[in-house]
Design a protein around this ligand. Structure first.
Ligand code: UDP
Length: 399
């Protein structure tokens, strides 16, 4: 395929030498490959950068006003590495936070194809989202640091009674008995469990697509819908707005309005698939229960989790979500259609060759997860090692 023209990239470094130097070096790499790069910085950091980065026609600096006076900092102190006391350090953080509006204004007036910003600037996510461009987060930690922490878990596997499982995090709005009685009356692996975690609120239009998608699939389901606040009668009206006519009367499933006993449900033999937002806890809980997933990522790192589930591990099917949104009640522009939902459910629940393989792999991973937390398993050994190290540190202090 013919390559399109050069990219226009903005780099936003954090105001500390250890963050600024490597990110600006990376920016230089992009310019040396023929892409248009602008490093967004402040006046005194720009002076430093002009001397330290190679001069290149595609590499530009854009300095935004640094609010020294507003933050009460001496002129020219625009980098944490030049700060010598705690008071000025706090002022530096304050001044750094104040850079958000002028940077946003510049970026919005001249939008790039991509923003690469230090991970300490989480607000850049919103900005990139608004402009519909990718945002890459620069994190200068060594990979070894991240990979060599003690790997524990899946922690959700610790022994719990049914009641304890039902009350993890919050009290479930349905009783254990009601839930189990309903599930007990269903065939093995026949029910689709649908839940989008604790933070995701879909608009009514999307809820309606989900309802129509499940209905068209013909499968039975448990669907967790976050309860909207308000008086009971208002809730009733809201409910009617998005449920197709006669949906509840068909009694094909259970709608749980509020907190559901997820762990209990996932571990019931009647459940055959989990339509999930790919939150990491939900993902691990599905893996440990051996339940294949219908993936519908929404925010955070969930699109990566989806790829891990479907393309890397082969234990799920993508529903076709194409829009990342930040946590909250933000507007969504791209609905996942009833057809996509129905197709994904059918692909996984109607026991074709692909579904059989996915189900087999999901069960294998559940075995591995259980082995990891048993005595002699990796999580068990890592926890032993961690406790041992902590004791060693404590005892060394006592000597
Ligand atoms: N959860 C639950 N009942 C619900 C909704 C969520 O028990 O009705 C639990 C779920 O089992 C998981 C956690 O809440 O342990 C959600 O974490 P996750 O990382 O999956 O998603 P988030 O809520 O952070 O988006």
């Amino acid at each position: 395929m013919e390559e399109m023209g050069p990219l226009k990239l903005y780099f936003i470094h954090f105001l500390a030498a250890g963050h600024m130097i490597p990110l600006c070096d990376i920016a230089t790499l992009f310019a040396s490959r023929g892409h248009n790069v602008t490093i967004i910085t402040t006046p005194s950091n720009a002076q430093v950068l002009r001397k330290s980065i190679p001069s290149h026609p595609l590499l530009r600096l854009h300095a935004v006003h640094f609010p020294s006076q507003e933050a009460g900092l001496p002129d020219g102190i625009e980098n944490i590495s030049s700060v010598e006391d705690a008071e000025n350090l706090a002022k530096m953080f304050h001044a750094t936070a104040m850079l958000q509006p002028p940077i946003e204004e510049f970026v919005e007036q001249h939008p790039p194809d991509c923003i690469v910003a230090d991970f300490l600037f989480p607000w850049v996510d919103e900005l990139a989202n608004k402009l519909c461009i990718p945002r890459l987060a620069f994190n200068g930690f060594s990979l070894f640091t991240i990979c060599a922490a003690w790997h524990l878990g899946p922690a959700s596997l610790i022994g719990r009674s049914a009641q304890e499982k039902a009350e993890r995090g919050q009290k479930s709005v349905v009783s254990v008995e009601e839930c189990l009685t309903w599930l007990d009356s269903k065939r093995v692996e026949s029910v689709v469990y649908i839940c989008f975690g604790s933070l995701c609120h879909f608009p009514d239009k999307q809820l309606q697509e989900i309802a129509c998608g499940i209905e068209a699939s013909g499968h039975e389901f448990i669907w967790v819908v976050p309860e909207k606040k308000g008086k009971e009668n208002e809730r009733q009206e809201e409910k009617e707005k998005w449920l197709p006519k006669g949906f509840e009367e068909k009694e094909k499933g259970m709608i749980i309005r509020g907190w559901a006993p997820q762990l209990l449900i996932l571990n019931h033999h009647a459940v055959g698939a989990f339509l999930t937002h790919c939150g990491w806890n939900s993902t691990v809980e599905a893996v440990t229960a051996g339940i294949p997933m219908l993936t519908w990522p929404v925010h955070g790192e969930q699109f990566y989790n989806e790829k891990l589930i479907t393309q890397v591990r082969g234990i799920g099917v993508e529903v076709g979500a194409a829009e990342w949104t930040s946590i909250g009640f933000g507007e969504r522009h791209k609905l996942v259609t009833r057809d996509s939902i129905q197709n994904a459910i059918t692909r996984l629940m109607d026991a074709g060759d692909e579904a059989t393989q996915i189900r087999r792999r999901a069960k294998e991973f559940a075995q591995k997860a259980r082995k990891a937390v048993k005595e002699g398993g990796s999580s068990h050994n890592n926890l032993t090692a961690l406790i041992h190290d902590l004791k060693r540190l404590r005892d060394a202090k006592l000597l």
